[in-house]
Design a protein around this ligand. Structure first.
Ligand code: C5P
Length: 244
């Protein structure tokens, strides 16, 4: 069981949705050895600057840089090289940027990693933001397909373009597994243990359900970061995942 709990810990990515370096460091220190990585999103990255990544790494944490790149192929490819040099564990780009953009990014990752003898960060596609409704997709983006189908099309495009995986809602895990197979990483937010508040998340699953559905990593924020004892909350979640 201890082995399984340790494996589960590696699959927990804590969303550091905090405003300052001090708050982020406090969490990283408290959670050391309890989780697999830390997600730095646009709020923390833009308020503290890119050194926040290095500083978390110096504390021993792996960093998921979640800036959701979406630009022309050359710009995203050059930025992907930066992700290698910053030794990101994972980073995100929008699948809707197209296969040329994703392929250019993937090729740049490989070249830059080889050139510098560094590991290649895991590239994760964002498909359709979960804040977009069916109506938004149709009226504002001109896509008539059901969202789930559009998500699967974009996930497949990401896979064909060589990306490592996708970030998706727990509801989409099984459809993406079916379309993209078992070697495609699935990272899912929207996870809530039964004992935690749902906060503003609408369609949630428990850590155990997300694991059973086939997620590889879970992004968890407030159930850990807002807990009175974040390390204890992370332990409790890892145990639930291990028992799934
Ligand atoms: O605090 P909570 O566990 O809800 O945090 C979830 C994290 O995952 C946040 O950083 C949020 O921005 C991110 N996320 C999400 N839903 C998506 C994509 C990302 O909640 N569809």
């Amino acid at each position: 069981m201890e082995d399984r709990i340790q494996q589960a810990r590696e699959k927990i990515i804590v969303a550091l949705d905090v405003a300052s370096r001090e708050q982020a460091f406090d969490l990283v220190k408290r959670l050391s050895g309890k989780v697999g990585a830390y997600k730095v999103g646009m709020q923390l990255y833009n308020s503290e600057g890119p050194d926040i990544v290095r500083d978390i790494q110096l504390l021993g944490g792996r960093v998921f840089i979640d800036l959701k790149f979406h630009d022309i192929p050359n710009t995203v490819a050059q930025t992907s090289r930066v992700m290698v040099r910053r030794q990101a564990f994972m980073f995100t780009l929008h699948a809707s940027g197209g296969s040329k953009m994703m392929q250019a990014a993937q090729q740049a990752l490989q070249e830059e990693a080889e050139k510098n003898g560094l590991p290649q960060p895991l590239s994760l596609a964002v498909t359709v933001l979960t804040s977009i409704s069916q109506e938004d997709l149709r009226q504002e983006m001109g896509v008539d397909k059901p969202i789930a189908q559009h998500v699967a099309v974009l996930a497949k495009l990401a896979k064909q373009s060589g990306l490592a995986g996708v970030v998706c809602s727990p509801q989409e895990i099984s459809a993406i597994r079916q379309t993209c197979g078992k070697d495609f990483l699935i990272v899912t937010p929207g996870v809530r243990p039964t004992w935690a508040s749902a906060d503003d998340q609408q369609r949630i699953t428990t850590p155990a359900q997300a694991m059973q559905a086939g997620a590889d990593y879970l992004v968890i924020g407030r159930p850990i970061t807002k807990a009175e004892d974040p390390a204890a909350a992370a332990d409790k979640i890892a145990r639930e995942m291990a028992e799934a």
